[in-house]
Design a binder for this molecule. Structure first.
Ligand code: URA
Length: 239
């Protein structure tokens, strides 16, 4: 955002007053004198000060949430609680939305933001953002399964998926466990891929998304804000 727009948004003063602050060399960014009012700043990542006072604008929000089963990853729903309902009231700012969707019965990592352009970029197929799921299925996964997923699964309706990486954790008739990494976000993709292999998913949990991992310290239903460092990394890739 331009420095002058940022200062207006922070209600530092009128356009004229802001020009005066600039002319009297009272605006600093990370301790250095502002060079021009049109320079681009990010008050989330940089320390902007006017006459020695720190400029605070309510910047974009980024949360990492552990979605429990039964909650929908949408902004509103007529029948079920949504991921927004899990946030404290003061954190439920305008424009927040989950980046991508998990089915109602799927658990795990959901990122939420009100930074629309960044959220949409993370979902754009060109970025191939990796998502890893822990999966349980109702039958054996044989040694041929990793190659089956790596070849790109085709659904019954002809939809083809990009190669996915499968690691079998345990396999028995009647119950197997695995991890799978995909780089797309087709509707019910993981469940349909396993159906194409011939087994049914009985439990699904997203454990990583775009480099973020679900931490053991974050129980189902809990969330945390991303750190400044994590936001920096996200912005570097997607802004
Ligand atoms: N794939 C699915 O089938 N369901 C999800 O919730 C996420 C990925």
């Amino acid at each position: 955002m331009r420095l002058d727009k940022c200062l207006e948004k922070a209600k530092i003063g009128s356009k004229k007053q802001i020009k005066r602050y600039f002319a009297s060399r009272q605006i600093t960014i990370d301790g250095s004198l502002a060079k021009k009012l049109s320079q681009i700043v990010d008050p989330e990542l940089q320390q902007v000060e006017v006459a020695g006072r720190s400029v605070k604008i309510t910047g974009a929000r980024y949360y990492l949430l552990n979605k429990p089963a039964g909650v929908v990853s949408a902004c509103s729903d007529a029948h079920f609680p949504t991921v927004l309902d899990l946030l404290r009231e003061e954190d439920r700012v305008d424009g927040l939305f989950p980046i991508g969707r998990l089915d109602r019965d799927t658990e795990g990592l959901v990122l939420l933001t009100n930074n629309g352009p960044l959220g949409f970029r993370m979902l754009h197929p060109q970025h191939h953002v990796a998502k890893t799921y822990y999966v349980e299925v109702n039958d054996a996964l044989h040694p041929d399964a990793p190659a089956f997923f790596d070849n790109g699964v085709t659904f019954l309706d002809g939809t083809t998926c990009k190669p996915a990486q499968l690691t079998i954790l345990s396999s028995q008739p009647g119950h197997s466990r695995a991890q799978i990494t995909i780089s797309e976000g087709k509707f019910h993709q993981v469940k349909k891929m396993f159906l194409a292999y011939g087994v049914k998913v009985t439990y699904l949990k997203r454990i990583s998304f775009g480099g973020f991992n679900l931490e053991d310290s974050l129980p189902a239903g809990a969330y945390r804000q991303l750190s400044q460092e994590e936001i920096k990394v996200l912005k570097k890739y997607f802004d």
